[in-house]
Structure formats: structure tokens, C-alpha cells
Design a protein around this ligand. Structure first.
Ligand code: URA
Length: 191
């Protein structure tokens, strides 16, 4: 008997709903973290490391995200990670493109909605502008608390001075979300 998450993996790991299924992906990158979770981080799309390892945010951007998260979010808060799109955005000849096409974001929405339902997060962190612009409204209605942070890949591309400003903004946004969530619990007890 499969668990609901195993059923999710079974349903989506051979997905053919958009052109990225045939553009050269190694893996359908679904999620990592704890289920159910307290906070769900939603990024953009897998990069090369994620495509190779089959898990979101496990490359350089993911390492920076983990570092920032560890500073802002206590360990007992259960985190999970996914992306708007579960396949690496490649053009027809295997080159990584900067953003997934709108068609692919749309095609991946049912998978994302299903994962949000499985996770039942109390808060969602939209990682980067693309996630902020494209997070499905239907999922947005089911979760009350949000934070928006810079995409770690954008931080890595910025100059040194800007990097520290961007990191600081991420910390403030994440700490704000944690404060909101914990103040709703039983006097700060794990919610
Ligand atoms: N960037 C993302 O948006 N998601 C990942 O999983 C990795 C890099």
C-alpha cells in the first residue's frame, strides 16, 4: 500500500504534460523535506545539480538557501522544498534556459497544488520573483501566511555589497514568517 506521497511520486515521476519531458531531463524533481511540513519553500525550476540528484535545491543556490534558512528558522520547524516546475528547463538542444516557459509552469500546476495539499504548510516561502508571480492562486487561498525572498541564484550573481543586503532582506522576511507562525501557536510552543 503506497503512502499519499509515494502515490504523488508514482503519478508525477513519468510526467509528459509539457515539452520539458522531452527536452533532455534526467529526473522529474519533485520535492525534499518533511511531510507534513510547517513551511514550504517554492522555487523556480531544477538546475543541473537538481536534475542530476533528483531533489530540489541541492546545488550552489540550494546550499546558500540552506545557510540563510538555518540562520532564520529554528530546527524544529519542519521544512519542505519544491519548485513551480519539476523538470530542468532545457531548450531542444540541451542548453539550460533561464526561465521555464509559461506553458510549462501551467502544466505543472496540478502537481504543485497536489503537493501543497499533501504538505499542509502553515506558511509558504516564495523563492524569487518567478515563484512570486506564478504561484497558483488556488493554492494561495489554502495557506494564510507568506514570505517572499530573493532567489539564492540572484544573490550569488550580485556584487558583494548587494549580496549582504539581499541576504539580510531574506533573513528579515523569514524571521517575520517564523514570528507570525509561532505567535499563533501555544505561547511559542512548536505548532
Ligand atoms: N533554483 C530553483 O529555483 N530551484 C531549485 O531547485 C534549484 C535552483
Amino acid at each position: 500500500m503506497l503512502t499519499p506521497y509515494q502515490q504523488h511520486v508514482h503519478r508525477w515521476s513519468t510526467c509528459q504534460r509539457c515539452p520539458l519531458a522531452h527536452a533532455g531531463r534526467t529526473a522529474v524533481v519533485l520535492a525534499r523535506g518533511k511531510l507534513p511540513c510547517d513551511i514550504l519553500m517554492v522555487g523556480e525550476a531544477p538546475g543541473a545539480s537538481e536534475d542530476a540528484l533528483g531533489k530540489p535545491f541541492v546545488g550552489p543556490a540550494g546550499h546558500l538557501l540552506d545557510e540563510i534558512t538555518a540562520q532564520a528558522i529554528p530546527e524544529w520547524i519542519r521544512l519542505a522544498y519544491t519548485n513551480l516546475v519539476s523538470c530542468i528547463p532545457l531548450d531542444g538542444i540541451g542548453n539550460k534556459v533561464s526561465e521555464p516557459e509559461a506553458e510549462c509552469i501551467r502544466a505543472c500546476q496540478p502537481r504543485l497544488l497536489e503537493f501543497v495539499k499533501l504538505c499542509q504548510p502553515k506558511g509558504i516561502v516564495l523563492v524569487g520573483e518567478l515563484a512570486e508571480r506564478n504561484f497558483p492562486k488556488e493554492a494561495a487561498r489554502s495557506v494564510e501566511h507568506y514570505a517572499k525572498i530573493h532567489h539564492p541564484a540572484a544573490i550569488l550573481r550580485a556584487n558583494y555589497a548587494m549580496q549582504s543586503i539581499m541576504r539580510q532582506r531574506c533573513l528579515v522576511a523569514l524571521q517575520g514568517l517564523v514570528e507570525t507562525l509561532t505567535s499563533q501557536g501555544d505561547q511559542g510552543a512548536p505548532f
